[in-house]
Write a protein that binds this ligand. Sequence first.
Ligand SMILES: Cc1ncc(COP(=O)(O)O)c(C=O)c1O
Length: 383
Amino acid sequence: MYKNIETTLSHIAKFAPFEDVAGASHFPIYNTGTFDLKKQNGDKIYDYTRSDNPTREMLENLFTEVENGAGCVCTHTGIASVALLFETVLKANSHIVVEADCYGGTFRLLKVFKEKYNITVHFANFLEFDKLEEILKTNPIDLVLCESPTNPGLKIIDLEEVATLAHKYNSLFAVDNSLATFISQRPLDLGADFSLFSTTKYISGHGAVVAGAIVAKTKELSQQIHYYANAHGRSQNPMDVYLISLGIPTLKVRMKEHQESSLKIAQFLEKQDYIKKVTHPALKSHPQYELANKQMKYIPGVFCADFTTQELAEKFIENTKFFGEKCSFGSPDSRVEIPAKISHASFSKEELAAIGISDSTVRFSIGLENVEDLIEDIEQSVK
Ligand SMILES: Cc1ncc(COP(=O)(O)O)c(C=O)c1O
């Protein structure tokens, strides 16, 4: 790793498991299912792309380095990295504690694990530390999982404190780092055992492909994720690795721009009479503003705004020219969605209300357009 992360991210090919004969700036895509054992005599032998592939290994080596872990598996989607975490750590009848404010796909997957493998899922508010400790004290918890910032509520969880608590009760701790990304925060350095993320979002940065990754802190945990990734066929295909790698060198400039533009729009919205509340961790009004600034280098360009009525929220979405009504975040094009309708449709109204999300909450992901154009568009759309 170079001293500064953006230098490392600009030289991905250096993370390839062997040097390309012509020093290609982009390491070749090994688009093959199999490798001939007779043709190889190095330390590392490739046999089948589900298990190992040089192109994927390059990205896994890079993520291991920038997350400061011991090993990584790149997965075919972001939710596959969550599934791989569960497949690695949980067994039938396990207990897991999850921050109640979590991505809708994770919530749905937890329901599947609960129904099929009798997993007990304890949902908790990780800002209520005593209650979280009570759950850990009174149940045989195998895994503690949270996002930070959370999606969609944008709470900031003190990862160092949760790591200490999880380990006090012999539980593993995993952080979904999709929103912050490793350029902003490194959960393993704060004590987590796993950092996982959807590379679909800011990491690839162009919204052109779905993928994910999970990085383990120790060699032992890394061996386990590799074993289960091979067993369950979770690994990412080399073509998608290539597409993801194209966006990585620009991560820093994009994150800075997403932060600046989204903050300007959030500050603008805070002053409008059709808005009840804006939740953006870079706003001074955010309850964990200080922790957000301490824990993250760049604050992602995703925030929520509560409109005064559901009708107004819908009118805005209907009339806007630049904001697509789309799920996901971290793309160059700005987008909006009502979480209750799209990304968090697997939650009931009551479950969403418990994490502060209503039918008039709009989640924004600010892209890379000119910020004045976006503000002008918002103004015309609510007229
Ligand atoms: C926080 C978080 N984790 C995981 C995922 C799943 O990623 P993917 O859509 O790439 O499967 C998402 C998707 O929106 C997400 O927001």
